[in-house]
Design a protein around this ligand. Structure first.
Ligand code: G4P
Length: 531
């Protein structure tokens, strides 16, 4: 049997985050290429309708051309075993993305060199910063007109409050893009024109001291600018500090062009050396060592009916310690029951492979007969591990949803409950009422459309949706003996989530303040911890 510490220490599990269109899909595909995980080079989301990114799954996302769900890809490179967690870039799916970030040990942030930080980058960065995970920055599309590298770095530092360390420095951009200067190797990776359809690294390496060759390659003017830039960056920038990188305080920055496969392999090599292997995670305030605690994992994502041919529900688990073995019996902490995880799989987009073993750092998908919820822990019997729950983020849009066909009550209940268990939507009921009408809260409005689409295609239920005016949601954190007697504005609504927790829906933050002022002792919380 393979050595446990060897296997765990060679694992690298990270998420790629970006604002839509910055180049996340393109970079992911190039990385996969180095692992030999896919054969197809070149454009990912081609104009031809038949070509889709390997990480695209559902019919709906194909129609819309956006990634709704997150997928996981594993590949080997230079002795490392790499797990990439793809995250949906569309802002409406941010909650799923947040959860995926909980399963990653580090993050790669892709930024469009012409645009710099964009809204979605900002949101995702915050979650990474909250967890203090290492964040690597790939500034993409240098083959197009770009903002000044100084500007881009300053923006990252100012907005995110982190240090940046450019690992390389761009020479020109757009039509004038000549390549990058590698600060560690002290040599130039010259950009060569990339011919579409070719799958080779478009670069040559040149020493900085080779002035004659440099003048030939990039011209005397750009050579001079480069020399000045290098002097300035060496003199005025941050010192490289691996500890600061590993605690998320300093972000190594790489300039390149994913589409041209330029600077990607070097980025991958540096990233793998600098980032962290699976680190201990906390259970009850105590770290759980990945090496000495036997198997443990937590569920960070549940997805139903991923593949029409399978009609199933998959729970995605991040393994936090030990080795997973297919035939062994484990313990589902929240249910208090022993179980065997059936059909354990690793996923490569829609291709699945049944696996016999997996290690801390890996993500496995297991068949879920409807027993798992987001945040659940699975571990060895008697291990006494319970990972902290994944917070559910406050929905920002609300609607009431009811079925049109009165005969379809069962399907409606099943569908809406399952979709809520997956965490795609949150559902609420007025206390003491049935499920004729369900209040649905989502982080992004597109999720309403996904809900309707899925209820129709997967459960055969047509629904009617009415948008509700609520904007703020608060869980009641204090002990309240009589919630009905609280002094609230007339448009505030008392509801319960599917665990029976009490919440208030408000139409404005003014109403939240009113509630707090008029009801001394009332405590409200913005999100539920789900422990
Ligand atoms: P995303 O996943 O972050 O949303 O971005 P994606 O990789 O899909 O890239 C968005 C667009 O940017 C794509 O163009 C892609 O080809 C392009 N792109 C990615 N990296 C680079 C780069 O380094 N240089 C240049 N010039 N373009 C890049 P598209 O027009 O949407 O698709 P396509 O028609 O080109 O296939």
């Amino acid at each position: 049997m393979p050595d446990l510490s060897y296997e765990i220490n060679r694992r690298r599990t990270f998420a790629i985050i970006s604002h839509p269109d910055a180049g996340k899909t393109t970079l992911t595909e190039k990385l996969l290429l180095y692992g030999g995980a896919i054969q197809l080079a070149g454009s990912v989301k081609g104009k031809a309708s038949a070509r889709h990114a390997v990480s695209d799954w559902m019919e709906l996302e194909k129609q819309r051309g956006i990634s709704i769900t997150s997928s996981v890809m594993q590949f080997e490179y230079n002795g490392y075993c790499i797990n990439i967690l793809d995250t949906p870039g569309h802002q409406d799916f941010s909650e799923d993305t947040y959860r995926t970030l909980m399963a990653a040990d580090s993050a790669v942030m892709v930024i469009d060199a012409a645009k710099g930080i964009e809204p979605q980058t900002r949101k995702l960065f915050k979650i990474c910063a909250m967890r203090h995970i290492p964040i690597f920055t790939f500034i993409n599309k240098l083959d197009r007109e770009a903002r000044s590298p100084y500007d881009l770095l300053e923006e990252l530092e100012k907005e995110f409050g982190i240090g940046t360390y450019p690992m390389n420095w761009p020479i020109g951009c757009g039509r004038e893009f000549k390549g990058v200067y590698d600060r560690e190797k002290r040599e130039i990776l010259a950009f060569q024109e990339f011919h579409s359809g070719q799958n080779r690294i478009s670069s040559v390496e040149v020493e900085l001291s080779d002035t004659a060759l440099l003048d030939e390659l990039i011209g005397p003017r750009l050579r001079q600018t480069l020399e000045d830039d290098v002097e300035l960056v060496d003199g005025a920038g941050y010192e490289f500090d691996l500890e600061a990188v590993r605690s998320g305080l300093l972000s190594p920055v790489f300039f390149g062009s994913a589409l041209n496969n330029f600077g990607v392999e070097r980025f991958l090599q540096c990233f793998l050396e600098m980032t962290v292997p699976p680190l201990p995670r906390e259970s009850g305030g105590e770290p759980v060592d990945p090496l000495t605690n036997g198997f443990s994992a937590f569920v960070f994502k549940i997805q139903a009916n991923m593949n029409k041919a399978h009609r199933d529900r998959i729970a995605f688990m991040r393994i936090c310690s030990g080795r997973f073995e297919r035939e062994r019996e484990y313990f589902h902490v929240q249910e208090g029951k022993a179980l065997r995880l059936s059909q354990p799989q690793q996923l490569m987009a829609s291709d699945r492979a049944i696996i016999d073993e997996a290690y801390a750092g890996d993500i496995i998908g297991v068949f879920d007969p409807g027993i798992f919820s987001i945040g659940d822990t699975v571990c060895e019997k008697n291990a006494q591990i319970r990972y902290a729950g994944i917070p559910s983020f406050a929905p920002e849009h609300f609607a009431s949803v009811e079925r049109i066909d009165t005969m379809k009550r069962k399907q409606f209940e099943k569908g809406i409950t399952q979709i809520a268990q997956e965490g795609a939507i949150q559902i609420f009921h007025e206390p003491h009422t049935g499920v004729e009408e369900v209040l649905v809260g989502v982080v992004g409005v597109l999720q309403f459309e996904v809900l309707e689409y899925r209820l129709k295609t997967e459960y055969g239920v047509d629904v009617r949706r009415r948008t509700l005016p609520y904007e703020q949601i608060r869980w009641i954190a204090s002990e309240q003996s009589d919630i009905g007697a609280l002094n609230l504005t007339s448009d505030t609504r008392w509801v319960q989530d599917f665990r029976g927790n009490n919440l208030l829906l408000f139409t404005s933050s003014w109403c939240v303040d009113w509630a707090l002022q008029k009801n001394p002792g009332l405590e409200l919380r913005e999100f539920n911890r789900n422990d």
